[in-house]
Write a protein of this length. Sequence first.
Length: 348
Amino acid sequence: MNLASIPRQELPDILRRMPKAELHIHIEGSLEPELIFAMARRNGIELPYPSVEALRAAYAFTDLQSFLDIYYAGAGVLITEEDFFDMAWSYLVRAREENVIHSEIFFDPQTHTARGVPFAAVINGLDRAVRRGREELGLSASLILCFLRHLSEADALATLEQALPFRDKFIGVGLDSGERGNPPEKFAAVFGRCRELGLHLVAHAGEEGPARYISDALDLLKAERIDHGVRCLEDPALVARLAAEGVALTVCPLSNVKLKVFPELCRHNIGELLARGIVATINSDDPAYFGGYLNENFTAIFEALPELGAGEAYRLARNSFEASFVPEETRKGWIEGLDSFFAGCCAR
Ligand code: HPA
Ligand SMILES: [Zn+2]
């Protein structure tokens, strides 16, 4: 397969059409302003914004915390099982249109249970959408429960207890929310317990927090993947370790620019991460808030970085399958499908 023979102008179309997995999407971050207004109306909730446009105009973030404030406020319209179903279904339909064939979806139960929404309403709504997605869209999807790191470990442990009766409805746990001042070690005990339970483990680290949080997430939490992780380049020994151990990073280019992790897309380090042999992937994070779903993240970053070509497109899609939590056989089948897709592109 001579990927170098593929002309650069064909890349946007190839990026959109190629099969891929998404491994870093917060389902609450897929809640579009239109859906926020529809749910507020049907649940009798008054929003502090007069219109969809006014709400969208408020999406001018200066950092992670300024985003989280508005993201948690938006999630306040989610009340019933139906709301959680509708949110997830709308994401899955969109993902299918973008040729996402597998998605590992984060959800933040504490954002909802703290408001009195039953845990069962959250997970049953999401699970119903995931199952319908498999059946009707042919899209493989699973759920990852995230603990909010600005809350206590005791709160995370209590959330895990609430989740255990639904153990078959999620495949792993993650760690999200404000990173600064909430280091991985704060959650070592709850991650230890999740590990004993056979859950997959991931953690946000090295988005706003230092490179040290990435190594601590690996050593103290035994995280199998790192969400974001882009600040690893500040520590050359860590970069060598990530590459040698094949630790995947779920990178989110549009999110990184909106939250000022990088000043502009053309300054993003995804090209360098790949060049150093890191298993990097592209993801949307919170697409309703950051200006694009998965394909928009791909096309925008490829347009911004001249060092990304067809070889990198193939590598990123392949990494997304290799880093996914599906059985080896499934992964192999998807990679064969990807190989045929790219062989077709070379032959044209
Ligand atoms: O990018 C993120 N970082 C931390 N917490 C989050 N919750 C939703 N998106 C994010
Ligand atoms: Zn995230």
